[in-house]
Design a protein around this ligand. Structure first.
Ligand code: PXP
Length: 236
């Protein structure tokens, strides 16, 4: 399993004072030096954390791979095409939410998403769709020619007992297998941390995990370099 680090929280901290630090571009560099396989950022419509300058500089400086989380809106699609990230991950976006709350309804938006995916492919940008581990959504993603899915692991992360966690792990495993059968790559993320990643590693179909909150939170106490290295060791 590879580890991609979401650095949005670094930008959130910067925005708390509206100044220059901490700089998410510098954070991305530290993450890469510590062994991260990729950098993830979400350019939200309201620019509440990552902004256009961050994205531009990240594109210039990230040496591993840049995964741009984005809503499939006209404005952000245009920016993605100018930026050319290695991967664009489409997520649902609601203005009032604290973080991305649920997976995309691919079936319900398949006509729009199919067109946007085709547009991204014309510019050689791979597309991943952030979805709940539900068979109909996995199949809909394959039908509209997504390259990958990212399975929403929020429910797994919030499991209240070992038994519930084990059940939700199997739901994710089944969705991941189905995606691979349909020829798509499989990523996963949301709420993964230093403990719940351990059983998660048994899902061989998952190639990459995208983790932000737990790593940046740990970094406050142990430093970003160590927080990243510890997670790199765990996902391996
Ligand atoms: N994947 C997606 C699509 C997300 O929206 C987020 C949160 O920004 C993550 C992964 C990372 O989640 P967390 O910060 O809980 O690790």
């Amino acid at each position: 399993m590879r580890l991609c680090i979401n650095i949005d929280h670094i930008a959130t901290l910067r925005e708390a004072r509206g100044g220059l630090e901490p700089d998410p571009v510098a954070a991305a560099h530290v993450c890469e030096l510590a062994g991260a396989h990729g950098i993830v950022c979400h350019l939200r419509e309201d620019r509440r954390h990552i902004n256009d300058r961050d994205l531009r500089l990240l594109r210039e400086t990230v040496k591993t791979k840049l995964d741009l989380e984005m809503a499939a809106t006209e404005e952000i699609v245009k920016i993605a095409i100018e930026t050319l990230p290695e991967l664009a991950t489409f997520v649902p976006e609601r203005r009032q939410e604290l973080t991305t709350e649920g997976g995309l309804d691919v079936r319900g938006h398949r006509h729009h998403l199919r067109d946007v995916i085709a547009e991204m492919h014309r510019h050689e940008i791979e597309v991943s769709l952030f979805i709940d581990p539900v068979p109909e959504q996995v199949e809909a993603a394959a039908e509209i020619e997504a390259d990958k899915i990212e399975i929403h692991t929020g429910e797994y992360a919030n499991a209240r007992s070992e038994r519930e966690q084990a059940e939700l792990l199997e739901v994710i495993r089944t969705a991941a297998r189905r995606a691979r059968e349909l020829g798509m790559g499989v990523n996963a993320g949301h709420g993964l941390d230093y403990l719940n990643i351990i059983p998660f590693r048994t899902i061989e179909e998952i190639e990459e995990v995208s983790i932000g909150h737990s790593i940046i939170s740990r970094a406050v106490f142990v430093g970003l370099d160590r927080a990243v290295r510890e997670m790199v060791d765990l996902v391996r």
